[in-house]
Design a protein around this ligand. Structure first.
Ligand SMILES: C[S@@+](CC[C@H](N)C(=O)[O-])C[C@H]1O[C@@H](n2cnc3c(N)ncnc32)[C@H](O)[C@@H]1O
Length: 257
């Protein structure tokens, strides 16, 4: 037993674990709300009521917090979180990511007045980013998957090194400059030699090609270079003298930043 005096109590009600239909709505209400938002769309099968999500977010987050819904469905969590001034990440593998979630959030930004808008005084504003996930880079054992193409691995390495999206598309092992450093990936025969280890190993020959690719991008560049490859056949002392950092695939490719 815990004895509490009135003056120790916070104002308001302690949340109850039984949430009735009257308080947080039901799936029927959620479906008709969605139908009102998308009169021409097929109704999404299992939408959650906005007031249920509002209660969950009220209890578990503060304004500015980050809410994750990894089964976003029709986008209810994102729409409610947006109106409640929370940040959010929604993940959805179905087509409704495009047919429902994106248009729903655009309507929210434009000041849509359904759902909890009146209770939170929603007037519109804000924004969101929409990303498509690429193929998984690693297998269950943490190895780079054999069928991963150069641009996919390059994008992964670039993001793990720089924290920014990779946008280059040139067919060269040089993948970009960041903060005065050049990044290079020798992988998957990008140098034209399709033998398994052909273009993936750092040798004097591949280094010359890499140097040429960097010079083509910036003839004046003389800064440090990070090179990812299967193996290096250049002595460690030479690498150090030349400002080259070698990182070995797959071991030095991080799964997370
Ligand atoms: C019950 S619905 C979510 C309903 C949602 N809370 C709403 O109110 O609209 C579950 C969703 O999770 C999605 N889903 C299932 N497995 C997934 C996965 N591995 N990655 C991403 N989405 C997934 C389904 O496509 C479906 O849209």
């Amino acid at each position: 037993m815990l004895k509490k005096y009135l003056h120790e109590m916070k104002s308001g009600l302690t949340p109850n674990t039984w949430w009735s239909y009257n308080e947080v709505g039901g799936n029927k209400q959620a479906s008709s709300d969605l139908k009102a938002l998308f009169p021409d769309q097929e109704v999404f099968g299992t939408p959650k009521p906005v007031s249920l999500i509002e209660r969950l977010l009220t209890l578990s987050t503060n304004p500015g917090d980050l809410a994750l819904d990894s089964f976003l469905g029709s986008g209810t969590t994102a729409a409610v979180a947006h109106k409640m001034n929370r940040r959010y990440i929604g993940i959805e593998m179905g087509d409704h990511a495009v047919t429902h979630c994106v248009p729903r959030l655009k309507k929210v930004i434009d000041g849509e007045q359904g759902g909890i808008s009146a209770s939170v005084g929603w007037q519109g504003g804000g924004g969101f980013r929409f990303y498509r996930l690429g193929p998984p880079v690693f297998d269950e054992d943490g190895q780079i998957r054999a069928d991963i193409a150069f641009p996919v691995l390059a994008a992964h390495i670039w993001f793990s090194e720089t924290g920014t999206p990779w946008t280059a598309t040139d067919n060269t092992p040089f993948i970009g400059f960041h903060d005065g450093r050049a990044f290079v990936l020798l992988y998957n025969g990008i140098l034209g030699d399709k033998r398994p280890a052909g273009g993936n190993v750092l040798t004097r020959a591949t280094l010359a090609i890499v140097r040429a690719a960097i010079a083509a991008a910036d003839p004046a560049f003389a800064g440090p270079v990070t090179i990812y490859g299967e193996q290096s056949r250049i002595a460690a002392a030479t690498l150090e003298n030349d400002g080259l950092t070698f990182k070995q695939t797959p071991y030095d490719v991080k799964a997370r930043r």
